[in-house]
Design a protein around this ligand. Structure first.
Ligand code: NIG
Length: 391
């Protein structure tokens, strides 16, 4: 039993107040990794964790990360802070480092980042490939991701690698053929970076169609650096989520609102690339289902902190704290087409984050402070702490 909870966010309106289903002065009984009861604080139990008047919420669902890579790009970040624009070209730098790394080194650095993800309060994580860009390397990356999570995404169409420069159609054919074939046993999703400088709308459609024919679910990176046709393509193809959505036209909003495609915002990428933030207020008011994810990667967003993303969403995207919390729990779950995670209810998994604070408001009110006191449970396989890794 976790007792003496000041504010319990269930995300189940039938269990508590408002759309977040908030129960004040609560306790949660957990057995064999499942929630078995939610009740008032102070009941008796054999094994009792005293939350000490802290706030408890469902573990975060981080629906967009790129956790398998080697090297880092701090110098690129520093140049950007000095005024250089972000164009995604650095993906090839990370690809070179990742291709040169051994399986053991990639696995060790993935495990290190996954422990960071857990400390950040995230209990469900999606992991993309996309820094291999060859048949062999993409297969290795998706298999490493598949060792730790069921939410693995094949992103062979991240950018055109250097050896295919000027031959984007040939590379697209490789992605849709032998590369897809080699990752198929490890991947649940397929994704494409549909943007000027990456893949055009026809190439993106071809990749999504090939993925769908292979039985994969569809997701898309789009409208990160400018307006474009990506959102329309994502909705037309029935993608579970279109990610970034920094630039959304009225038509994009109308299409998203009429669809079951989630718009996933990645505010830490906009922070780290000096892009404008998406107008989340306009999207929510138009009826779009939104999610927020970390986009942890070494180029555009080297953070696993969902708390940081919440603070940006509230401060700079005009979301309320309750909307931001929904976006990183039920929103992330919807972006992965999951209804079992992102909420706390009897019979569901006991995946939760305990804040070192009395209420959810502190997530935005105390930016930059590590507020996750404990993370309980996870949907992924958390490696032992003996494996320190590097990179
Ligand atoms: O989601 N936009 C494309 N992919 C990543 C960036 C990867 C990188 O710069 O290494 C993203 O932001």
């Amino acid at each position: 039993m976790i007792d003496n909870i000041s504010e319990l966010i269930t995300n189940v309106p039938e269990l508590g107040a408002g759309s977040l289903g908030i129960v004040d002065d609560a306790s949660v009984v957990v057995e064999n990794g499942k929630v078995v009861a939610i009740g008032p604080a102070g009941a008796l139990a054999d094994q009792r964790l005293d939350a000490g008047g802290r706030c408890v919420l469902p573990g975060f669902v981080d629906s967009h990360t790129h956790l398998v890579f080697a090297g880092e790009r701090a110098e690129e970040f520093t140049r950007r802070m000095a005024g250089e624009p972000y164009d995604g070209g650095g993906i090839r730098v990370t690809t070179e480092a990742t291709r040169a790394a051994s399986r053991q080194a990639l696995r060790a650095s993935l495990h290190r980042r996954l422990r960071e993800v857990h400390r950040a309060g995230t209990t469900t994580v999606e992991i993309k490939s996309g820094y291999g860009l060859s048949v062999e390397s993409e297969a290795l990356i998706t298999s490493l991701a598949g060792e730790v999570t069921a939410e693995t995404t094949f992103l062979g169409a991240h950018v055109v690698p250097s050896e295919y420069r000027g031959r984007a159609d040939d590379y697209t054919a490789l992605v849709c053929g032998p590369m897809l074939e080699s990752v198929r046993p490890h991947a649940r999703w397929i994704d494409v970076f549909c943007e000027t400088g990456a893949f055009n709308v026809d190439q993106s459609r071809a990749v999504l169609e090939a993925g769908r024919n292979a039985g994969l679910g569809l997701r898309l990176h789009a409208n990160q650096l400018d307006h474009g046709p990506g959102v329309r393509l994502g909705v037309e193809m029935g993608c579970a989520s279109v990610d970034h959505c920094t630039y959304l036209s009225d038509d994009d909003l109308e299409m998203l609102a009429a669809s079951d495609t989630v718009a996933t915002f990645l505010p830490a990428a906009d922070f780290s690339t000096r892009q404008p933030y998406p107008d989340a207020r306009r999207a929510i008011d138009a009826g779009v289902q939104v999610a927020i994810a970390s986009n942890c990667n070494p180029g555009s967003s080297y953070t696993t902190s969902i708390s940081f993303c919440i603070a940006l969403a509230v401060r700079d995207m005009r979301m309320t704290i309750d909307e931001a919390i929904a976006a990183v729990t039920t929103g992330g779950a919807a972006a992965l087409r999951r209804s079992d995670v992102g909420r706390l209810s009897p019979g569901g998994p006991a995946h939760l984050a305990i804040l070192d604070a009395p209420s959810r408001h502190h997530l935005a009110y105390r930016p930059g402070v590590p507020l996750i006191w404990r993370t309980v449970g996870a949907d992924y396989r958390l490696p032992s702490t003996g494996d320190r890794g590097g990179g």
